[in-house]
Design a protein around this ligand. Sequence first.
Ligand code: PLP
Length: 480
Amino acid sequence: MAKTIVELGRPGRRGFRISREPMNVAVDVPEEYLRSEPPRLPEVSEPGVVRHFIELSILNHHVDKNLYPLGSCTMKYNPKMNEDVASMESFTGLHPEQSDADVQGALEVIYTLQKKLSAITGMDEFSLNTAAGAHGELLGMLIAKKYFDDRNERRTKVLVADSAHGTNPASAHMVGFHNKAIPSAANGQVDLSILDRSLDDDTAVLMLTVPNTLGIFESRIGEIIELAHKRGVLCYMDGANLNALLGRVRPGDMGFDIIHINLHKTFSTPHGGGGPGSGPVGVRKELAPYLPVPRVTRDGGMFCLDHDSTDSVGVIHSFYGNFGIYLRALAYIVRHGADGLRRVSGTANLNANYLAQALSETFPIPYGKRCMHEFVASGERFKRYGVRTLDIAKRLLDFGFHAPTIYFPMVFPEALMIEPTETESKETLDEFVAVMKRIAQEAVEDPELLTSAPRNTPVRRLDEVTANRNPVLTAPIDEP
Ligand SMILES: Cc1ncc(COP(=O)(O)O)c(C=O)c1O
């Protein structure tokens, strides 16, 4: 075996220091794996590479380019400072198999983020190990299942509000629970009398998205949780919409037993094509033993990985989850501080209400114009001109905006779910309003402009079904 000198980034003390000096480490690499000649990499100039990627980024829509009002996704600007922190060599040079003593800084990051999330949400303990919001829900359901199994209670049902995010019933189903939908009342909130009738000894969990997917806060949340707890039911909050609540109200104080949040929504980490993300799960202390392993704990001045929690639901992700995401989220939290985070939710809610007020005459909002971080408008009145919400969304692309979420939530037809986030200026919101109003006028005067949209994008209107079932990923771009 040959001894080869490999250059690794030098882990800084506690992982926080950047070192530009490479660390030379002798590594045993079997001879047959060593190159006899340098790799043949294509020779391309730096400007060539830069232009290639800039060109690709122009073809695509992204949050650095313009407003991305995709409801329920919180497509806020991702500060570049996050990327600086996540690319520090003292972190990127670490290996997950290093000993705890070697990676104290990285463990401190995980531990600190867990504690910050507890302070923000009022939940006693957190696990960061899951890779997405829906993965957090799955973990939450596994915890609930184990909790009832340990108590020898055979509860099989999960109650899910019909305004909950679509992943909620799917996650409950994956763990073997049966779902029962609780319809919304006329004000878009849980119908308490139906909830009361539906809670029984077979109910394991009540799952609520707060604020719900209509952008409405459950004003009777205290009563709802009390009703559920009286029947021994665990209350789960889909906290992916925490952006609306930061610094104002905490799920733990409301009485929730289990929550998940989405770091890639509230805490400005990239959504990146479905991942890698992070959907941390917070629980009250009685449920903490069920959290997945490994757990990052603190023993005096040392941070440790606990792999042996006997009641744990087990391993949910390789190693400790998506560490780079934690760095970005922690950077964002520390940079904002408590006051800054409170301003985030205030501005997110203000921006959504500003848009709702400005658009509601043209696009009616069936559940009222007052909302939290997002609202759901209806495009139904344009159907009489042969225009559907899908066409309105497509036409928006021609004006350089991303489309809102459409046909969701499914509580009324032709829905347009709009979430501007706090990172948009009044000028951008005004431009969006002007474009939406222009599109509404076009729908009446020249519907074909909408039904054939988009016309100015690199790829024109697709047959959505075929595109999904039979994606052609190398198709040439349409000529303008
Ligand atoms: C309210 C809500 N819950 C759950 C999820 C699922 O999260 P993920 O897409 O990370 O699985 C989302 C995603 O946007 C969401 O908005």
